[in-house]
Design a protein around this ligand. Structure first.
Ligand code: URA
Length: 195
């Protein structure tokens, strides 16, 4: 681990920039390959994530792992983080002031990882990273160039658990992601896909 990562993790672990810092069990920094070419960004930790200190380890995380496996990926070969690093109470959406207070940590992670592709999981991440007016039902699966970064959004795995009718569209987004990985991510081997 480089000094910059060590420093970033230390700084982040001490963060009390918003009220969520006072109620967290664990800060959920992120997980995966720090040199990943593909970065996935969710909205914020839920109960299981707060308890374990790792993103996407509850039911939504199981589905995310299955989705990654469909295109021959697993969480050790990508990087997974959230817009906010501490759990919002009762799993409510992170509020604008909480997102504002936290987004700098993600920015620093992006600067160190330098991913070729960023995938927003759900509306909250897409509104924060692509466009505040982002409409997930209309704009999922499309690539956007934002400040020199290539970003798309797909449905949040929790939304796919609540409403299975959205899954075929999410699978189309995964196919689009796979195509882009083949074109732009030479170090991300996705030969063993099933989608
Ligand atoms: N939902 C998210 O957005 N992030 C997590 O880490 C878990 C559930």
């Amino acid at each position: 681990m480089s000094d910059s990562w060590t420093q970033l993790k230390q700084d982040c672990a001490a963060c009390q920039n918003c009220p969520l810092g006072a109620t967290r069990t664990n800060l959920v920094f992120g997980v995966g390959d720090e040199k990943a070419e593909v970065l996935f960004v969710g909205e914020g930790p839920g109960e299981q994530e707060d308890l374990k200190g790792e993103p996407f380890v509850g039911p939504a995380g199981k589905l995310l792992d299955d989705m990654l496996a469909m295109i021959g990926l697993d969480r050790s070969r990508v990087y997974i983080a959230n817009i906010v690093k501490c759990r919002p109470p009762h799993n409510r959406d992170p509020q604008p002031n909480e997102q504002q207070a936290c987004i700098g940590w993600l920015e620093r992670q992006v600067e160190l990882i330098r991913p070729k592709l960023i995938v927003c999981l759900g509306r909250i991440a897409a509104m924060a990273l692509i466009d505040p007016g982002f409409r997930i039902t209309r704009q999922h699966g499309q690539w956007f160039d934002v400040k020199g970064r290539r970003i798309m959004a797909t449905y949040h795995p929790s939304a796919l658990l609540r409403d299975e009718s959205k899954r075929p569209e999410a699978f189309m987004d995964l196919r689009e992601l796979r195509k882009e990985i083949r074109e732009r991510c030479p170090n991300t081997d996705i030969r063993y896909d099933t989608l």
